[in-house]
Design a protein around this ligand. Structure first.
Ligand code: ADP
Length: 617
């Protein structure tokens, strides 16, 4: 696993601001969070003042202003017989507890509010990304990207959450802590505070430097480890090649070099890590000794000394947290960048302004000089496609795998638009119609049948949730699925496990056909399954397909001989162009691609026999 490439700081900041802009609806909560963050940080000051006052009452020491105020207050309000000194001490300790509780409440509320805002932002992002994914152009869903898309919706939103919560929490709380602790230092002993605040960064610096070293080597170490394991994997899976080319020694040396580099880095990490805690101790001891010397010289009392050291201690966390804020910003904005990339993907296939509903019968479908490529700079997948399909015709597309058959039919429901040329319905460009009304008129049966983890009924009615029982049953009958559905435990209410694992391949296909037929579409796109079915299922699917084709204009990516033989036109695709066209007999009579394909695919029994002997039916 390699770490994601770092963004330039400026770009990261811009992305992060765009992310922050999404917290705008929660501005009130954020402002409250700042107030409570101030309460959390500021109460530290009160805590130290009360602690110092209380301790100087108990252990003796210079009277602090708070001390005197408490004493005056008790004298004013209470003249009874109780011990005055005890009451003042009690009051100061109560004050200490009050500030501790205030600090706790401030922490809780600011953290809660910020977490709320972060979750709210994530909620919006997650839903928007999902909605966007649903509407992304089909081009986006190549297999290599599927995993990436999944990880983006889930992992990246998680990273963003941390990027928002940690950063805002730290920014809202820690500066107050820092200021309050520094103020506590200053009122305890101004001169010592100034010395310490100047020397504090000097002491922290070596610790930060060591920490950075560890992180740098750890990152490089991880990369090295990844190299090592991929090299090992290569050598194992390519063992035959290594042996055949006699590269054992070379691979061994390569591995040795990487391995040694990993070793070196591990040692450096170990050294830096091991040096860290003694270094901190020594630095702290130097600091403590210096402060003690100062106390001896100036007569600083024990309560002040204690509070001073405690306040110094409290300053470390904010410094550490604030110094790593930029890391979280960077991580969060890298994740946000990927999420925004999805949200920003332009809608290439969408309703044009003024698009009309597609209604009424469709008499003719025409492809006019259609060319297509998957993305700019990509080689054309289709070029110069001309075809006319009249209502009720069966158009069979044949050609070797990768010749462009799927791409050609996918232009019809506008999964993507041609790069040049047009697809026309009764002389009108597809793009003049609304997508929804166009797709509603096209039934699609794909090779891989996608079934959802739901009842048979709802799987058939997937595109038509309002369909009645009768309509669904009628569609299932046409698809020759009714009988096997009734034989299932709960008939139409049987839940199909994910991906239809309970069903045979043939049954799945018939359900898919039923789903396409439910809308009674005038146009049917049929990608015939290539995988072999047993004779029984094959016959049932064949019957379903034959019935499905009745009265429709059908584009079939044909793998069945019977479909091809019945076709009104066969288009033979070869590398994106229509190389031959005609009816089965005409094409077979020619000595062309079709004839070769035909003998390869549809003549299973004549292995080795002279193929030309086959006569068309
Ligand atoms: P067929 O259906 O005849 O097997 P396709 O229409 O699926 O052919 O593919 C035609 C060509 O387009 C192939 O070279 C294929 O690699 C390429 N192709 C298909 N889908 C994509 C895609 N989403 N992105 C890039 N290239 C693609």
């Amino acid at each position: 696993m390699s770490s994601p490439p770092r963004q330039p700081m400026k770009q990261a900041a811009q992305t992060y601001l765009r992310l922050l802009a999404r917290t705008r609806p929660c501005l009130g909560r954020l402002l409250l969070a700042v107030v409570f963050g101030g309460m959390f940080g500021g109460s530290i000051f009160g805590m130290f003042a009360a602690a110092r006052g209380g301790m100087s009452r108990i252990f003796g020491g210079t009277a602090t202003p708070l001390n005197e105020a408490a004493s005056a207050w008790v004298a004013r309000w209470y003249a009874g017989g109780l011990d005055h000194d005890g009451l003042v001490t009690g009051l100061l300790l109560a004050l200490l507890l009050f500030f501790v509780i205030l600090r706790g409440v401030g922490f809780f509320l600011s953290k809660y509010l910020i977490e709320w805002v972060a979750q709210y932002v994530i909620l919006g992002l997650r839903n928007e990304v999902f909605a966007r994914i649903l509407r992304l152009p089909l081009l986006y869903f190549t297999s290599s990207r599927t995993g990436e898309l999944m990880s983006r919706t889930l992992n990246d939103t998680q990273l963003i959450e941390r990027g928002i919560t940690e950063v805002i929490c730290d920014l809202v709380q820690q500066p107050f802590v820092l200021i309050a602790a520094a103020a506590a230092l200053c009122i305890t002993d101004l001169r010592l505070a100034v010395y310490s605040l100047v020397l504090f960064p000097v002491c922290i610096l070596p610790i930060r430097i060591f920490g950075r070293r560890v992180r740098r080597h750890a990152r490089a170490g991880q990369e090295r480890m990844a190299d090592l394991s991929s090299l090992q994997q290569e050598v194992v899976s390519g063992a035959a090649i290594v042996k055949a080319f006699g590269t054992e020694v070379r691979e061994e040396e390569r591995f040795g070099r990487l391995s040694h580099d990993f070793f070196r880095r591990q040692i450096k990490i170990t050294a830096a890590k091991a040096a860290m805690s003694p270094l901190i101790e020594v630095l702290a001891a130097f600091g403590a000794c210096a402060i003690l010397v100062y106390a001896r010289r100036t007569g600083l009392d024990l309560p002040s000394l204690t509070v001073f050291l405690a306040a110094m201690f409290f300053m470390y966390a904010p410094v550490k947290r604030l110094s790593r804020v930029h890391l979280f910003i960077q991580q969060g904005s890298a994740a946000a960048e990927r999420i925004f990339a999805i949200l920003d993907t332009p809608d290439t296939v969408c309703d044009l302004p003024g698009a009309r509903e597609l209604a009424g019968p469709i008499r003719e479908i025409r492809y006019e000089r259609v060319a297509f490529a998957y993305g700019p700079g990509q080689p054309p997948v289709l070029s110069g496609i001309e075809l006319t399909a009249r209502a009720g015709e069966l158009i069979a597309l044949v050609g070797s795998s990768g010749s462009g058959k799927t791409t050609l039919v996918n232009l019809l429901p506008r999964f993507f638009d041609p790069v040049s040329g047009r697809v026309l319905l009764d002389g009108r460009d597809l793009r003049e119609f609304t997508l929804a009304s166009l797709r509603r008129r096209i039934g699609l049966v794909t090779q891989e049948t996608i079934l959802f983890n739901d009842t048979v009924f709802r799987n058939i009615a997937y595109g038509e949730p309002a369909a009645t029982r009768e309509e669904v049953e009628a569609a299932a009958r046409k698809a020759h699925a009714h009988d096997f559905i009734l034989a299932m435990p709960n008939g139409y209410d049987t839940v199909i496990a994910e991906r239809g694992l309970l069903l045979s391949g043939g049954q799945r296909q018939r359900l898919a056909i039923a789903r396409a037929l439910l809308r009674d579409p005038p146009i049917l796109i049929l990608d015939e399954a290539t995988s072999a079915l047993d004779t029984e299922s094959e016959r049932a699917v064949q019957a379903a397909i034959n019935e499905a084709m009745q009265g429709r204009t059908v584009f079939a990516i044909a793998h069945r001989l019977s479909t091809i033989q019945r076709a009104d036109q066969i288009l033979v695709l070869d590398q994106g162009v229509i190389a031959e066209r005609g009816r089965h007999e005409e094409l077979l009579a020619r000595d062309g691609i079709y004839r070769r394909l035909y003998h390869l695919q549809f003549e299973p029994q004549t292995m080795g026999a002279p193929s030309a002997s086959h006569s068309p039916p």
